[in-house]
Design a protein around this ligand. Structure first.
Ligand SMILES: [Zn+2]
Ligand SMILES: [Zn+2]
Length: 150
């Protein structure tokens, strides 16, 4: 895989040893279209024939999070922490409250607002969180369908 080089570089820059497991975990998170839980990372590693146990996956994810290579995402209504690679571009999430599907939103409506707020308050703003909740089209159909049957 040609992408492995980049992850090795990231690990090196963060002062971490390059191990097959760490590179594989970053690769899995990067390929996933949405943030995933440690268990899913673990399942993925197993199906790629990489031997690792679940507690090592947890520990590695925490380590990568502490080095900012990985972001931990907690979503209301979902007790599990989810992980994704930190590609240095912040994102927002649109979350279906029914099926817990998560869509990434790359557009940020708050960038100008942050600047205004800095001028107003003289804060040095370092970031923000914004998650948007709703019902996805499939769940709307399911729920509306249910109502019509009554
Ligand atoms: Zn849904
Ligand atoms: Zn934003």
């Amino acid at each position: 895989m040609k992408t492995n080089k980049d992850y090795s570089e990231n690990l090196k820059q963060s002062g971490l040893k390059i191990t097959k497991q760490r590179v594989a975990i970053l690769d899995i998170l990067d390929k996933s279209k949405q943030p995933i839980a440690a268990e899913e990372v673990y399942e993925n590693l197993k199906s790629n024939n990489i031997s690792i146990n679940l507690s090592t996956v947890y520990r590695t994810l925490e380590l990568l999070t502490s080095k900012n290579l990985v972001l931990k995402v907690s979503i209301d209504g979902n007790s599990k922490s989810l992980f994704e690679t930190n590609n240095m571009m912040h994102k927002h999430y649109l979350i279906c409250t029914e099926c817990k599907k998560i869509l990434d939103i790359y557009y940020c409506p708050l960038e100008n607002y942050e600047k205004e707020l800095e001028q107003e308050t003289h804060f040095k703003i370092s970031g923000h969180r914004l998650d948007i909740y709703g019902l996805c089209p499939q769940c709307q159909k399911k729920i509306n369908g249910g109502k019509n049957n009554i």
